[in-house]
Design a binder for this molecule. Structure first.
Ligand SMILES: *Cc1c(COP(=O)(O)O)cnc(C)c1O
Ligand SMILES: [Zn+2]
Length: 409
């Protein structure tokens, strides 16, 4: 049973049918999926959800499919851990990590959006799926397309980390490396999407795709015992995830799954690509595109498609936006690994480091509950820490050499 009414323009409110559309013909505003929330409230309860498998699909009434999901049936259901050792290091009282570094199958939160996008693409009858990616989306589209016999074309900046490149090629996709930044990749893909009848997950079926991000928020609230944290720190690339976590929290209140409550949503970027946090700090409404230069390549979008709405989300929720340097990103990756045993990619370094900065300056009060979003896995961005974490001490397989080495310490 489906509860999607159709698509609706975020700007002028015009309604559109459930089709592969993404911009309003009248005002060029982005289209968003519109649901029958009263209908959902009638069928969806905490008890109903609790009986379902712990995957992202346990909230399926709040996802934009008309049929049963066909792709990525085991995506989601990642751990929310109470991070006491990291909390102590940061001087926070109640800190949690939502850990999508172990999301199945490709170890980033992108599996959530791709599971929805490819299921929807199959409903629409597409045979070829495609994406413009900063890396994790590439892995996820290639893997999930492979499991469903869909042909895939994946477009990336040619200079991505090897883990992301190999972690795409292994699935037998058509991988196209563009000499240029993500923003140039995206511009080319918009032209291709208009010309070829392919489902570009983050272009022509973006309204459906983006809804998958909400499950990160749904799970977080459920894992906290059906409540919101007072703060959540979210990484921003195109600015979609942060707006959808906010939407998820609103929807849970709208359908009566949680009490009315407030959560401040804080946006995190790398200083080398910080168009959204810069606009926030300057009090601007418009985002000035930048040329990215940072090790946080998964967040390196200089002209963020949802930047305007990301800013709005942060401001309406009473949150902050902050950015940190590449050195700080590496320090934060190490801190998370050494305190909680979680090896995150550079994007996770960004959220941990920004949380630290917001705590230090008092933007997040130390005694209030905080969730830090970890969205990707460190094994994919090894270049970033090469030479920054020491090296193995190499000896011959002789006890005396080992003992000499231990004595030196
Ligand atoms: C894509 C991505 C994000 C953020 O994506 P948005 O474009 O802002 O939705 C965050 N973290 C990682 C690891 C990503 O790959
Ligand atoms: Zn419109």
């Amino acid at each position: 049973m489906s509860f999607i009414k159709g698509l609706k323009c975020r700007e002028c409110g015009r309604e559109y049918p459930k089709e592969p559309l993404h911009v309003c013909e009248f005002c060029f505003g982005p289209l968003e999926v519109d649901y029958d929330y009263q209908g959902i409230q009638r069928v969806l309860s905490r008890e109903v959800i609790a009986q379902r498998p712990f995957t992202m699909w346990r909230y399926r009434e709040l996802l934009p499919l008309d049929e049963e999901p066909m792709v990525g049936l085991r995506v989601g259901g990642t751990p929310l851990i109470k991070a006491d050792r990291l909390a102590k290091a940061l001087g926070a009282a109640e800190l949690y990590i939502k850990n999508d570094a172990v999301n199945f199958p490709t170890l980033s939160f992108k599996d959530r959006v791709v599971a929805v996008a490819l299921s929807k693409a199959k409903e629409f009858g597409f045979e070829v799926v495609a994406c413009a990616s900063t890396g994790n989306l590439a892995n996820s589209v290639a893997a999930l397309a492979a499991t469903n016999g869909l042909r895939s074309y994946v477009f990336i900046p040619a200079d991505l980390e090897q883990g992301k490149v190999l972690g795409t090629l292994i699935y037998g996709t058509q991988l196209i490396g563009i000499k240029g930044s993500y923003d140039e990749v995206n511009r080319l893909c918009s032209e291709i999407a208009g010309k070829y009848g392919w489902a570009f997950v983050n272009i022509n079926i973006r309204p459906y795709y983006a809804e998958g991000s909400k499950t990160f928020g749904f799970e977080t609230a459920e894992q906290l015992g059906w409540r919101l944290p007072r703060h959540i720190v979210v990484p921003m690339a195109g600015g979609s995830l942060i707006t959808k976590i906010w939407k998820a929290f609103q929807e849970l209140q709208k359908v009566g799954l949680i009490e009315k409550s407030e959560c401040r949503i804080h946006g995190a970027q790398a200083t080398g690509c910080a168009p959204i946090t810069t606009a926030f700090k300057e009090g601007a409404d418009l985002i000035k595109p930048v040329k990215p230069q940072t090790i946080a390549k998964s967040l390196a979008i200089g002209n963020p498609a949802d930047g305007f709405y990301a800013l709005k989300t942060i401001r309406e929720s009473g949150g902050w936006a902050e950015d940190i340097s590449d050195e700080e990103i590496i320090e934060a990756m190490k801190l998370l690994a050494e305190t909680e045993g979680i090896f995150t990619e550079t994007a996770g370094g960004v959220t941990v480091g920004v949380a630290q900065k917001l705590l230090e300056k008092g933007a997040i009060p130390k005694e209030e509950s905080i969730v830090i979003s970890i969205t990707g896995n460190g094994l994919k961005t090894q270049e970033a820490i090469l030479g920054k974490v020491g090296a193995a001490q190499v000896i011959n397989a002789k006890l005396n050499e080992f003992e000499a080495l231990v004595r030196e310490k």
